[in-house]
Ligand binder design. Sequence first.
Ligand SMILES: [Zn+2]
Length: 336
Amino acid sequence: MIALLPLLMPPTLQNQGRIQDFTLSFGGDLMFEGITPRKQPLEPLMPIFRSSEIACANLESPLTIVKATTKRKSALELRRHQQYILGGNPKFASEISKAGIEFVTLANNHTMDHQTAGLRQDTAVLAGAGIHFAGAGANRSQAMGMTVINSNGTRIGFLSALAFMTPGALYKCTPATSTSAGIMTLNLNGQVHQKWLKQWIVRCKSQVDFLVVGVHWGIELRAKPTPYQVALGHALIDDGADLVYGCHPHVLEGAVLYKGKPILYSMGNLVSPTFATGGIVKLNFQARQLRSCHFLPIMIKFGRAYPLFRDPRAVAKMNQLDREACLKGVDVPIKF
Ligand SMILES: [Zn+2]
């Protein structure tokens, strides 16, 4: 009878007190603008994502046919290509799900490109395809909500926030407020050690076994993290995050271990209508500790992403970090 007990108990009780091993994969920006679903842009990467417990990406282009362009990006800025409006066919939700990506971050500078109506369709099609998301919602409390995915009894929490430096840059991305829809933003004015930020991270961490914080930050096409990214990454780990997952620069920015916890500064692109290189990081954890990590370079051409199992240039890009600017003697670069 005793031997049968584990079979009769629900999985959550069987695993209580024991953190299971798990593997997380992280890719970069999904930009479906200008790509037709027939391309199946993620199909070549399916075996990579499906071989990890949870695969994550940043959904940069909202999946919506709503045309309600945000007024916060001016016609002049759009004409001068200082700002862009992105979107993607809602059919891509099933493509993301089929590829094995379970979670996407939404706190970025394009999720609100088609305002609240666009966000509603975006989140509805994601939910319909069984894809978890965080970082946007009908108000700030929803946008800062944590998504929890249970992996063999281990509760893994995911947050998503945008952390641009200036109030003007934040405004263009439509931050959620207590009464209006938008994305979760960290309006820190360069001051990363904030009481409310710490309280948010501590509260979320107390509800899960492992906490991933996705941050949309940095400068586009800059291959190394800014001092603000470094300081904020450290602060989030100090407050209780187990992993910081960065996106936005559209290029790889390297990764470090800070107090034994990974900070992926920028994962580059994952799907893009134009030629690009990027990669996927696979991290294996045992009892919350990082045990192994692998970087798999990818190349994006004609709207499809292909694995490049041997590409020394992409690996070198992932390994490049400006020690003086970024490491401050407390980080260990993750070498792939
Ligand atoms: Zn971005």
